[in-house]
Design a protein around this ligand. Structure first.
Ligand code: G4P
Length: 308
């Protein structure tokens, strides 16, 4: 499996820099990939930003399943100090409404004529620079993908008077579990991953067969819903990849076709993560934590009894 550590050494530097400026930030604008809101977040944002209102931009929603994205928006909007919007880089009007949304989140500052200070954060390739450019109405140099901060922080003044800062340093996605790693790779959120290309395609094919079989049938003109990843890839290979010598299906070519079309949006609108899956996992984590705590308490009690 993946060997990427989501918290490499230089992240410590980024964390220190972010912690330093966080006191002077009123609103965090967190850019997420709408197709994978959980796996495209960086836990530092929620840790360091505790108590600071956050606007979650579910970006690239032009590639995501609108029903699932709406569920995420509703879920995030039910959290305290959190506003979420479904967005993509073509929605200029919506983007230009973000500064006012920031003001609304901190009325204590905006109503008193004080400058609202926002910081935009997100993992690489999530669309942060594109968003900053759209907010500023001009193109700025991309500095985000440097491992650490060199010269302080970039700060911009927006039309409504709001100050917008870029994250000082690069924030990696969290790649804690198998699913997150594969989803980041399958969506193209991270490109050159440590995982085998073909394994990513198999993961994607399995997911598509389960969650979006009708899109597969339509795109690859299949006679029936494929039963599993192997069957789907073979079918794509047969139809599109051509056959290799001896009638063997070119599985590598089939994998390439599937991944390219999935990432490019030709397959249709796809979202990898659902609110119910998240809540279930979350619930499981809580149950597990409680179980461990109970075990610890029982062990403590047994030790105490042994002493008596
Ligand atoms: P970053 O600063 O967070 O690293 O991301 P950046 O703005 O550079 O965007 C990364 C890629 O994502 C860019 O593609 C950009 O055009 C694309 N992108 C940004 N927002 C959206 C969106 O809402 N929808 C879609 N479909 N794409 C979006 P690129 O420069 O062509 O890079 P690549 O695609 O060749 O990697």
């Amino acid at each position: 499996m993946m060997s990427i550590n989501w918290f490499p050494g230089h992240m410590h530097k980024a964390r220190k820099e972010i912690a330093k400026v966080m006191d002077e930030i009123d609103v965090v604008i967190e850019v997420l990939d709408a197709r994978l809101p959980v796996s495209s977040e960086n836990p530092m944002i929620s840790q360091l930003g505790k108590g600071t209102p956050v606007i979650k931009l579910l970006n690239k929603s032009d590639l995501a399943d609108p029903v699932r994205t709406q569920e995420w928006v509703d879920y995030y909007n039910s959290l305290p100090d959190t506003r979420a919007i479904m967005i993509d880089y073509k929605q200029k009007k919506l983007i230009s409404s973000i500064p006012n949304l920031c003001n609304e989140l901190v009325p204590s500052r905006s109503n008193n004529g004080r400058q609202v200070r926002a910081m935009i954060m997100g993992i690489p390739n999530v669309g942060k620079s594109t968003m900053i450019n759209a907010l500023l109405g001009k193109k700025i140099a991309k500095v985000g993908n440097e491992p650490a901060v060199t010269k302080g922080q970039k700060r911009f003044l927006l039309k409504n008077g709001m100050a917008l800062s870029d994250t000082p340093g690069m924030l990696w996605p969290k790649i804690e579990d198998r699913d997150s790693g594969y989803r980041l790779a399958a969506s193209g959120a991270i490109k050159n991953t440590a995982i085998e290309f073909q394994q990513v395609a198999e993961y994607a094919a399995e997911f598509l067969c389960q969650d979006y079989p009708e899109l597969m049938v339509a795109r690859y003109k299949l006679k029936k819903i494929p039963e599993n990843a192997d069957e789907l890839l073979k079918e794509i290979g047969r139809k599109r990849g051509g056959l290799r010598a001896g009638g063997k299906i070119d599985m590598h070519k089939a994998s390439e076709i599937l991944l390219n079309e999935l990432r490019g949006g030709q397959i249709g609108l796809v979202t990898y993560e659902t609110v119910s899956e998240w809540l279930e996992k979350w619930e499981q984590q809580r149950i597990e934590a409680e179980r461990l705590a109970a075990e610890e308490l029982a062990a403590e009690a047994a030790k105490e009894q042994g002493k008596e």
